[in-house]
Ligand binder design. Structure first.
Ligand code: PPE
Length: 313
């Protein structure tokens, strides 16, 4: 299905009209902050997963980059996301809000510019390949280092930060791998180019602490699901060789969802297939996002409210 409407600066516009001028500091310098959100099919219609948390992080990113204010509140943006998802009619889609410097800032003073907000959606299925979920994927430790927290702000989803991800990802793909694992400037495992990372050893989960990573909302969901399934979860520094020795390693993010790493740097991880703990968590995650486990219903923002659903019935 084709994208029909984009929400741009206050309302829906036809997708072909959602363009930005070439002379735009957001484009030239990567001065923007964005979110990646997924909407899923549920028995009660399409629901956006952890929408409030994503918009909260979007506003946090804007604060970190010190973007000029926009005239929409978090609640307005939450409503705008529901509006654009409903208007495009996808049962499941990826949602991409972007606040970008649309005017001024040619002197690199972000505060001197003006910011705009756009929200688009698209169907994005196999982010790490069709067979990733079942079989797991192959990764290498990148020759590129993840951002130093006083070079780029690792907690903010700043557009310009993604040049670092793109360098690493492109190199890994060129070398024949599916994804790159990135180390932080002190040599510990940080995250992947668009996902956080967990390892499993003796049924316990370990994941790098939040200091130098993007605080993933999927990561947070996985920690809750894992504890609810009875696993212990520790946030502590992870070294490269700890990955090699793990029973299972998996990555998680909105676009990728949950994907096992079956091989890292040419070393088979565990059995060389997506392991049992990863599988159980994939299942629990899938049930949560599709509204099949009421315990996690608070994570879902239904696109149509009950009155709208009745009107359409
Ligand atoms: N780390 C990075 C660097 C990252 O980009 C993401 C999301 C995550 C961790 C996981 O965060 P969360 O989605 O809240 O669980 N990456 C987004 C963009 C991917 C892209 O290629 O663009 C995403 O998954 O939407």
């Amino acid at each position: 299905m084709r994208l029909k409407h984009v929400w741009l600066n206050g309302g829906l516009v036809p997708a072909e009209e959602a363009t930005v001028p070439f002379l735009n500091a957001g484009l030239h310098y990567g001065l923007g902050v964005f979110e990646g959100i997924r909407a899923y099919r549920t028995a009660r219609g399409t629901a956006v997963f952890r929408l409030r948390e994503h918009i909260d992080r979007l506003m946090g990113s804007a604060k970190v980059l010190a973007l000029p204010p926009i005239p929409w509140s978090e609640t307005d943006i939450v409503e705008a996301v529901r509006e654009v998802v409903a208007a495009n009619g996808f049962a499941e889609c990826y949602v991409r809000p972007l606040i970008y410097v649309s005017d001024g800032s040619w002197n690199l003073d972000v505060g001197a510019g003006k910011a705009s907000l756009g929200i688009a959606v698209w169907e994005w299925t196999a982010y790490l390949g069709q067979e990733a979920r079942e079989l797991g994927v192959r990764a290498n430790v990148s020759s590129f280092t993840r951002h130093h927290p006083n070079v780029m702000m690792t907690k903010a989803k700043i557009s310009g930060n993604y040049a670092n991800s793109a360098l690493a990802k492109s190199e890994s793909v060129r070398l024949g791998f599916d994804e790159a694992i990135m180390l932080d400037p002190s040599g510990f495992v940080a995250e992947c180019t668009g996902e956080n990372l967990f390892l499993v050893r003796d049924a316990a989960l370990v994941t790098p602490p939040t200091a130098t990573i993007l605080e993933g909302i999927t990561r947070d969901s996985v920690i809750t699901l894992a504890r609810d399934l009875g696993h212990s979860v520790r946030e502590e520094p992870v070294s490269r060789d700890q990955l090699y020795l793990a029973d299972e390693v998996f990555v998680c993010g909105t676009a990728a969802e949950m994907v096992g790493l079956r091989e890292i740097d040419g070393r088979k991880i565990g059995s060389g297939r997506t392991g049992p703990v990863t599988r159980a968590l994939q299942q629990a995650f899938s049930e949560a996002v599709h509204g099949e486990n009421l315990r996690y219903d608070g994570w879902l923002a239904y696109v149509l409210d009950p009155a709208q659903e009745r009107a359409l019935a």
